[in-house]
Design a protein around this ligand. Structure first.
Ligand SMILES: Cc1cc2nc3c(=O)[nH]c(=O)nc-3n(C[C@H](O)[C@H](O)[C@H](O)COP(=O)(O)OP(=O)(O)OC[C@H]3O[C@@H](n4cnc5c(N)ncnc54)[C@H](O)[C@@H]3O)c2cc1C
Length: 338
């Protein structure tokens, strides 16, 4: 395990923020993790586990140690008449893993194509897109406790998955390093194409026979047309979660704003579209200093050049205050503020 000092984190975060880490190390094996845990020097300083850096905002230098997860490997570990159980190490690139599953006819992850980042972060916020959440495909999450060095396997219910949340983002935040994820994928595909413009895109592509590859291709085409590519404009995808509110509040808002999009979550709650609320407050396309709200998608904050993490955080807080003033609804940040 090599420890580097005063490393620039700019290449390691998709917001493209300039910030340094006091210490930095790459964990390539579980032995590296145990070695790190036994190194007393690093036990009482802040620790940041890093995957692809596509869901973090660095608001300054990190005065601790960054643990870059580089654990690699994917393999089929079990098969039943209906399912494949695939174990993927945490450092594997998410989209490459999805493509590998498609090539092998392991169905289920196709709607989650082209999400940046690593496998190990996927349970963290229960990634989701185009009507699918990864929680429905995760069987188990393997971890090591950073304090004790004990391995712990979380079955699906123990992960306490919720909308863009899990036990790893809430009560156990920063306590466990996820080393691998075991996915339970389908032999018989169960296509989800009614969400967003997937059907329309499949039509445009001239697809006559549905397949997991066709859905993945359609999702990639839609994402490329709507979302800024982080290698061109720094961003971390949706900066805010869609707020969940009691039905009564949603109905009151509907009286004032008849065109407000509302999605039923359960008999008592509804989800509002954060992007719609932000756009209605006039933020879409606005630029302040070197950052702004994306021109095509108001949920995405972007770094046009040399914005600092603090500039972006300030912009996010102004948006939250503005939405609260107008709609009396509190937006919550989806991105992890470091
Ligand atoms: C253009 C763009 C589009 C996006 N679209 C989507 C989308 O459609 N849906 C969606 O859900 N998200 C989306 N995201 C957000 C992001 O890609 C996902 O949340 C992704 O899972 C983050 O992975 P990462 O490896 O980059 O995590 P990082 O940003 O490196 O880390 C995120 C958090 O997870 C923790 N973490 C990372 N790895 C581990 C580990 N092995 N063990 C324990 N903790 C860990 C980190 O400490 C941090 O708190 C998008 C981002 C971008 C830039």
């Amino acid at each position: 395990m090599k420890i580097k000092e005063e490393i620039s984190l700019k290449p390691y975060n998709t917001f493209n923020i300039s910030a340094n880490a006091r210490y930095y190390t790459e964990l390539e094996s579980t032995e590296n993790i145990y070695e790190f845990i036994h190194e007393k020097k690093f036990q009482n300083i802040p620790q940041l586990i890093l995957g692809g850096g596509s869901n973090i905002l660095l608001t300054g230098n990190f005065d601790g140690i960054v643990l870059k997860n580089q654990l690699m490997g994917v393999r089929l570990i079990q098969e039943t008449p209906e399912h494949y159980f695939i174990k993927a190490s945490a450092g594997e690139n998410w989209h490459r893993f999805v493509l590998y599953c498609i090539e092998n006819n392991y169905a289920g992850l196709e709607n989650l194509s082209l999400i940046p980042g690593c496998v190990g972060a996927s349970p963290m916020q229960n990634i989701g897109a185009y009507g699918v959440e990864v929680k429905d495909l995760i069987h188990e999450v393997e971890t090591i406790h950073l304090g004790s060095g004990q391995t712990q396997v979380f079955d699906n219910p123990s992960c306490k998955f919720d909308y863009r949340s899990s036990v790893f983002k809430t009560s156990y935040k920063n306590q466990f390093i996820i080393t691998s994820v075991i996915f339970k994928l389908n032999k018989k595909p169960n296509y989800t194409i009614t969400y967003g413009s997937i059907e329309e895109e499949l039509d445009k592509m001239g697809i006559k026979e549905l397949s997991i590859r066709a859905i993945s291709d359609a999702v990639c085409r839609i994402r490329k047309s709507k979302l800024p590519n982080p290698s061109e404009i720094g961003n971390a995808g949706s900066f805010f979660k869609n707020p969940v509110v009691p039905i009564k509040i949603a109905e009151e808002l509907k009286e004032h704003y008849p065109d407000i999009p509302i999605y039923t979550v359960n008999p008592t709650n509804c989800k509002l579209a954060a992007g719609w609320l932000i756009e209605k407050c006039g933020w879409k396309g606005k630029t302040i200093k070197n950052c702004g709200v994306h021109t095509k998608q108001a949920l995405v904050l972007v770094n046009y050049g040399n914005a600092s993490g603090k500039d972006i955080l300030e912009l996010a807080n102004r948006i939250i205050a503005s939405v609260k003033d107008t709609f009396h609804v509190e937006l919550e940040k989806e991105v992890n503020i470091i």
